[in-house]
Design a protein around this ligand. Sequence first.
Ligand code: ATP
Ligand code: SF4
Ligand code: MG
Length: 404
Amino acid sequence: MTAVTGNPAPDDPAPDVAAGDVAAGDVAPGGAAAGDVLVDVRGVKVHFPIKRGVIFDKTVGYVYAVDGVDLQIRRGETYGLVGESGCGKSTLGRAILNLEPPTDGSVEFDGVDIASLHGEELRRKRQDIQMVFQDPMGSLDPRQSVESLLIEGMRAHGLAKDEKQAAKRLRQLLDAVGLPAAALKKYPHEFSGGQRQRIGIARALSVEPKLIVADEPVSALDVSVQAQVINLLEQLQDEFGLTYLVVAHDLAVVRHISDRIGVMYLGALAEEAEADDLYAQPLHPYTRALMSAVPVPDPVVEDRRERIILTGDLPSPANPPTGCRFHTRCPWRQETRCDTERPALRTVSMAGVPDSHRVACHWAEQIASGELRPHEVLPTVTEQGSLGDVDEDLMGPASVTEAM
Ligand SMILES: Nc1ncnc2c1ncn2[C@@H]1O[C@H](COP(=O)(O)OP(=O)(O)OP(=O)(O)O)[C@@H](O)[C@H]1O
Ligand code: SF4
Ligand SMILES: [Mg+2]
């Protein structure tokens, strides 16, 4: 099929420049040369003020939803972002689109600082970044037919200049997502969940994006349909040379689709690696715990599988633990450093672990070698910390979820 987009074909990548050939500073932490990087997130923080007071809107604290994230997404790759509910995945996705302007840090898309764009320039740049949501029913206007839903963006961005061109592009889009031409005259409620997600994907594709941020794209679907939608996303990536950021709380979802995976915990990355490396040797205790929850089909391996049960809920992002954010739940927590020193996302000096594999744990080497053993985790009471000596009555909800 003719590609609907003008993006470079996947078999025509940007020139592969060896890291040593580019100037210092032009190399992304993950090892990619600057030209290969489509999205460059540096030190991004998104802090939501917690306001209280009837007459005066007094800021009594902050929800540290995203609190210092560095990540680079290379052209044509799928970056999977995983973590528990409330760890800041969606907020980070929205910050990349500047729908949630970062409190600090920067996001460069295709070499341009998103925050420097306004009005028409920002609108045009946003065309390059589209979102696919968890609940297509919530993101598709039920009063609009599929035709009208798909043609809206095309018209807004001058991609459907006349009727003939529009009709051709609509046919191509439906064909690409595996829906019949008859779907055009129907409305979202007339489709199944999986089909609605296909419409959501077609809608994102309609404006020829370079990046698709898919936020929990299959979590609302039946397991059998999940695989179909994941396969469709993979197929479209090859066809249109797309780059993906796939956000999910389930490691099993990102495992099959991702080239690289970032594991997020309380607003920051705990670990980042090529997907195969992460599965072969998870280095962060949190990743090991997530991994240990995924059953293995082989009964022998399943019997011997390490099981780490995390005790306690995710602490509130309005009052994150000091030092390592994971220390309140970590079975390897040590008396030194863990409670006081926030670990940076770093490479490790271990045989067989490439530089692309980074982990935010002070003791990653000693944990991997078995020198440090896991121990029982006792429930920890987190101190007031960030909210300091604010009057208890003035304290706001720890999160929007809590407020609801
Ligand atoms: N507009 C907002 N104002 C205040 N707090 C917010 C806002 N949006 C999100 N939050 C809070 O920021 C934290 C991170 O939220 P976010 O939605 O990014 O998490 P998530 O990882 O996507 O979770 P989920 O898996 O449930 O979708 C949560 O505590 C959430 O309640
Ligand atoms: S730094 Fe300490 S608390 Fe944090 S993950 Fe490593 S061992 Fe656990
Ligand atoms: Mg979310």
